[in-house]
Design a protein around this ligand. Structure first.
Ligand SMILES: Nc1ncnc2c1ncn2[C@@H]1O[C@H](COP(=O)(O)OP(=O)(O)O)[C@@H](O)[C@H]1O
Ligand SMILES: [Mg+2]
Length: 308
């Protein structure tokens, strides 16, 4: 538990654990009140569960088969982690070890309360907007594909800008990476036998803790300099390998166009501070934010050149 009381604005954020919330009660929806009230009742959770129950494993197998057919993956080595919305696999591909992040659950939290991140985005087609707002299966699939595309696009942008993120292995043209939906393929950090731990799990000595802290602040500053807030920045989304921090998990990255941008940034600063306490770093969100803003005025990393 956090030693400090959470700020009022923090308490209003979509909860990390969506399970016992009704996804119709979305405080962040950007739909006007009239439209929200008039909106047709979407498929309920139970119905949707029935629609997707049982085919989850088959769906995953299909995606993996497709990745093999496309030649992106030669072998799945192990299932690494099964999170709320994605399963991470360690795999092998033509260019070495691969992390396959397979989005699998259409009911996942992100698709329920992601409107805070999507705020400011425009959906051009009326029919698509209705499907998304109505949470039909097609609408949920659209959201999921949007999520996957966003993760690829952000990985490419950040990788090319020289940030410490995993190298995306498909793309950079969307034509290429749409073929791997709903999976995102990136370079594995660590090795097949010793996958890089998250900073939340890594045992750090005091010197390593200071270095990890410094790198994490700089990483957040690099994002800010490019106009991004990560949206889920904490030791849970920072990997530690050979004394180097790698930032992961980008689907919810937000730009300044997002009306909640400042709040997202402040929340990231707070999450970083809170999650680093176990490594003996004691500070607060506002101090982190000031430090990050100062660092963002400093030099940018060297951009990476794309190989032809
Ligand atoms: N490139 C990578 N190399 C090694 N491990 C990774 C990599 N990307 C993700 N992981 C692992 O997979 C887990 C899930 O990935 P993440 O992008 O954080 O998805 P989510 O939190 O939405 O499940 C991470 O916590 C991390 O342990
Ligand atoms: Mg994560």
């Amino acid at each position: 538990m956090s030693a400090h009381p959470r700020s009022p604005s923090e308490q209003d954020w979509p909860d990390q654990d969506w399970a016992d919330q009704d996804w119709l009660d979305d405080p962040w929806t950007d739909a006007p009140e009239s439209r929200r009230r008039g909106r047709k009742k979407p498929v309920g959770r139970r119905q949707l569960a029935q629609m997707t129950a049982g085919d989850d494993q088959d769906d995953q197998d299909d995606v993996i088969r497709r990745l093999k057919d496309l030649g992106h993956v030669t072998e799945i080595v192990a299932e690494l982690k099964s999170g709320k919305e994605a399963t991470a696999y360690v795999a092998r591909g033509p260019r070495g070890s691969v992390l396959v992040k397979l989005y699998r659950d259409l009911q996942a939290r992100s698709f329920k309360d992601d409107s805070v991140y999507r705020a400011g985005q425009v959906i051009i087609k009326d029919r698509d907007r209705r499907a998304i707002e109505g949470r039909t299966r097609a609408g949920l699939e659209m959201l999921q594909h949007g999520w996957v595309a966003a993760e690829y696009a952000h990985l490419w942008a950040l990788w090319q800008a020289g940030l410490p993120v995993p190298e995306p292995l498909i793309g950079p043209h969307p034509y290429d990476y749409t073929a791997t939906y709903p999976a995102v393929l990136m370079r594995l950090i660590g090795t097949e036998d010793h996958v890089a731990p998250r900073l939340s799990d890594a045992p750090l000595n005091p010197e390593q803790a200071r270095s990890a802290w410094d790198q994490s602040l700089t990483g957040m500053a690099h994002l800010l300099r490019l106009g991004y807030a990560h949206g889920d920045y904490s030791t849970y989304n920072l990997l530690w390998w050979e004394d180097t921090v790698t930032i992961i998990d980008f689907p919810q990255l937000s730009t300044r166009q997002n009306p909640h941008f400042r709040d997202l940034l402040a929340r990231d600063a707070q999450s970083l501070a809170t999650s680093f306490r176990k490594h003996g770093i004691h500070t607060d969100g506002p101090s982190v934010l000031r430090d990050v803003q100062r660092r963002a005025l400093g030099p940018a990393p060297e951009p990476r050149l794309l190989l032809p």
